[in-house]
Design a protein around this ligand. Structure first.
Ligand SMILES: Cc1ncc(COP(=O)(O)O)c(C=O)c1O
Length: 378
């Protein structure tokens, strides 16, 4: 069984001949701007393992960039999607209601830790679309034009989200960009200014939000502050909980909505179903949460969840789309959540993290003793 196999290279070199031929066809047929850094052409995937077209077996450390928290081809998900596919693939939600959409929205309302008792959810197709929609509903609710995002943040590649994204390599030569997006500094405690205690560093980073209010957009014009609870693309940097609490206070003081972009952190990635569950425990739930990636084990769907009061402020016709909430993807997502809850994959993530951290610590100690030995020899 591939799932339990060990990595193995059977070709003399990588990529093997079949993979090489497909990679060459890829280069001829597809824009080079869609980069691929790994010479792997997948034949099938199971659990955390990939087999390529030449029979090489790889342990996939990337997980489809945060999409496969439940692994490749989970048999229960395959069965559920197969069963749904025999009934219908599509039923545009503005035209016909399908129960999977409703059931998934109900489930998300029950588990997504946004502020408020009554919640609503709607679906889009990708993380970027979810973030765009979150900004749209924040603007509709607050009737304000601006948003604040952070250094190191990644929110996608649509026109709005690439403007929200910090790294300008993603937007090179593509301007002009949408207006009303202002950037504050993300709290990167490891790299905070020299000699600063973490308390001082948090105050320093919070001040950077106040500076946006003073120098770029008065707080009364800000609809939302958009935060990744743990920056992914930015370097796997967690937002310290004390900083989140301070941001929550700013939002409450000025009537700004707090949006957590959980596209990458959701679905057991951080040891809880959502990273915002940690925020909730600290009394700092966001107002809107966006999710995507691992929600449906690889089928394209994303979600936007907020309290009813926010959702119902949006005018008819301004949200939705042809494929949003696709029936196959809804079926897959419902099964993913059922399995994650049943098998307690949040706890499993913590167990794996403990094993990994212990091993990393051991490597660090070994490296340090090696460096000391080398120093002695010098
Ligand atoms: C935090 C975050 N937000 C948004 C996105 C964009 O998601 P998508 O590529 O599905 O549009 C990503 C993708 O990596 C992400 O990590």
């Amino acid at each position: 069984m591939l799932k339990n196999a060990l990595p193995k290279i059977v070709t003399g070199q990588v990529p093997g001949p079949k993979a090489q031929a497909i990679i060459e066809r890829r280069e001829n047929a597809i824009p080079g701007a869609i980069k691929c850094v790994y010479p792997v052409v997948i034949e099938r995937g199971e659990g955390a393992m990939i087999e390529d077209v030449d029979g090489n077996a790889y342990l996939d450390w990337v997980g489809g960039v945060g999409v496969l928290n439940i692994g490749y081809s989970h048999p229960e998900i395959v069965d559920a999607v197969k069963e749904q596919s025999e009934k219908y693939f599509h039923g545009m939600f503005n035209i016909v209601t399908h129960e999977g959409y409703v059931s998934l929205a109900e489930k998300m309302n029950a588990i997504v830790p946004v502020r408020g008792q009554e919640k609503k959810t709607f679906f889009a197709n990708s993380g970027a679309e979810a973030d765009e929609n979150a900004v749209k509903i924040a603007k509709a609710f607050t009737k304000r034009p601006n948003i604040i995002v952070f250094s190191g943040g990644f929110h996608g590649r649509t026109m709005l989200t690439m403007t929200m994204t910090s790294k300008k390599a993603y937007a090179h030569g593509l301007g002009p960009f949408p207006d009303g997006i202002y950037r504050a500094q993300f709290p990167y405690l490891y790299r905070s200014p020299a000699q600063m205690s973490s308390e001082d560093a948090i105050a320093y980073y919070i001040d950077s939000i106040h500076r946006v209010f003073e120098e770029s957009s008065p707080a009364e014009y800000v609809a939302a502050i958009v935060v990744e609870p743990l920056q992914g693309e930015g370097g796997f940097i967690p937002a310290p909980i004390e900083w989140v609490q301070a941001v929550r206070r700013i939002c409450d003081d000025y009537g700004i909505l707090l949006i957590a972009d959980e596209v990458q952190t959701g679905f057991c990635r951080t040891g809880k179903m959502f990273a915002s569950d940690y925020w909730k425990d600290a009394g700092a739930e966001p107002d809107i949460i966006t999710t995507a990636k691992s929600i449906a084990a690889g089928l394209p769907i994303s979600a936007i969840t907020a309290r009813t009061e926010i959702m119902d402020s949006v005018k008819g016709g301004t949200i939705g789309g042809t494929f949003c909430g696709n029936p196959l993807a809804c079926t897959s997502a419902l099964k993913v959540i059922e399995i994650m809850e049943r098998d307690q994959l949040d706890k499993r993530a913590c167990e794996i993290s403990e094993i990994a951290f212990n091993r990393f610590d051991q490597w660090k100690k070994n490296l340090m003793s090696l460096a000391m030995l080398e120093e002695l020899e010098l």
